[in-house]
Ligand binder design. Structure first.
Ligand SMILES: Cc1ncc(COP(=O)(O)O)c(C=O)c1O
Length: 367
């Protein structure tokens, strides 16, 4: 069986994640000592919401139980409802498609950019119809969507922009913090994420009306999708360390990408100058599906943290979604993407160098 999710990933680099630092240990101890771990409300969630609002320049925050629920709530916050269309990339996190269905709207697929694995501006523009109410813009696998241009186009059509920053907390797009560019953005604090509480997420809204709609939906005598004090406690010290850890990951990722450059037919990430990517994964596209399967089998034998990408939605039936534009890049991404998972990026420089060499050798053999 191939490693297709994180529950059966190899051990070689798992010692680097989740982080085992003293600050997190202290945070757990203090939430135990003051009893907030057993309360509905406490100071940790307040502090976390305040710090997220400031860092992501989005004033209205809901802390929630997952990134997936966060995307659904973001759509509800924009007033998306049955009969509306929501555009998303044909290659994206599977839950995003389901969230559109969950609010009764219809997913409309647009294509991705080849070099960023993320929603293409032109394809998004072509997919707009009179029924388009919102767009979900995910930045995936170390790539960055051009949210600035997507938002500018969305504004002209009265379309709400959900920025899915679950994979890129702390990234900058054209010098601005990702998550601050659309109308509402979503973070995940899931077990594999760069800010992790095992589970959890946050919805960051630009205006109060969005926040209020979400509040009304989830308030049922109690906050139905809440994040606990215990979760907030372990996130606070990680937020402090985020930039430092992102910088280490970026140095490692760029080194590994550089090691694989020049391999014929292998395609890797490219960034605009002025962008500061964040690496939750590193993506490559192999020449073919068959070669990918063979490479991943070998990677598994070598205990290298390489995985398949998402399956994408291009093959989903026309009953469930609309496909008004060419989706060939999404098809290729679904069939040929190989991902390297982030814990390895925090390894010592020597280990990263040798990983880069192993990954290069493997791609050379199978491309
Ligand atoms: C791009 C993207 N969006 C949303 C999510 C959902 O986050 P969660 O696992 O917290 O539900 C993920 C999780 O992998 C993701 O990668």
């Amino acid at each position: 069986m191939l490693f297709t999710n994180l529950s059966n990933m190899p051990d070689q680099f798992s010692k680097y994640w989740p982080p085992q630092d003293e600050r997190i240990q202290q945070a757990l101890l203090s939430v135990y000592q003051d009893g907030d771990w057993g309360r509905y409300h406490g100071k940790r969630t307040e502090q976390l919401a305040e710090q997220l609002a400031e860092r992501f320049a989005m004033p209205h925050v809901h802390l929630v139980c997952s990134g997936t629920v966060g995307i659904e709530l973001a759509l509800r916050g924009l007033g998306v409802t049955s009969g509306d269309e929501v555009i998303l990339a044909g290659y994206d996190f599977p839950g995003n498609f389901r969230c559109i269905e969950a609010v009764g709207a219809r997913p409309v697929l647009a294509d991705v950019e080849v070099a960023s694995w993320s929603l293409s501006v032109n394809s998004f523009e072509q997919a707009i119809s009179a029924s388009t109410k919102a767009v979900i813009v995910s930045s995936l696998h170390g790539g960055l969507a051009d949210v600035t241009r997507i938002t500018a186009i969305a504004r002209q059509h009265g379309i709400g922009v959900v920025e899915d920053i679950c994979q890129i907390p702390g990234a900058k797009v054209s010098g601005k913090i990702a998550g601050s560019l659309g109308d509402v953005s979503v973070l995940s604090f899931g077990g594999s994420k760069l800010l992790s509480a095992g589970r959890g997420g946050a919805v960051l809204a630009k205006n109060e009306a969005i926040w209020q709609r979400i509040h009304v939906f989830k308030e049922r005598g109690n906050d139905t999708y809440a994040l606990s004090q215990l979760q907030a406690a372990v996130l606070l010290p990680q937020l402090e360390k985020l930039d430092e850890r992102n910088a280490i990951r970026t140095t490692s990722a760029l080194q590994i990408i550089a090691a694989t450059e020049g391999i014929a037919q292998l395609q890797s990430l490219a960034h605009e100058s002025g962008d500061h990517p964040v690496f939750y994964k590193i993506a490559w596209a192999m020449p073919s599906c068959q070669q990918r399967a063979a490479l991943l089998t070998r990677a598994q034998e070598l205990e290298l943290p390489l995985f398949e990408g998402f399956r994408g939605f291009v093959k989903r039936s026309d009953r469930r979604c609309s496909k008004p534009v060419d989706l060939s890049h999404s098809t290729r991404a679904a069939e040929t993407t190989v991902l390297l998972h982030h814990p390895a990026l925090l390894a010592a420089p020597g280990e990263v160098e040798s990983l880069g060499q192993q990954v290069k050798d493997l791609f050379e053999e199978y491309c």
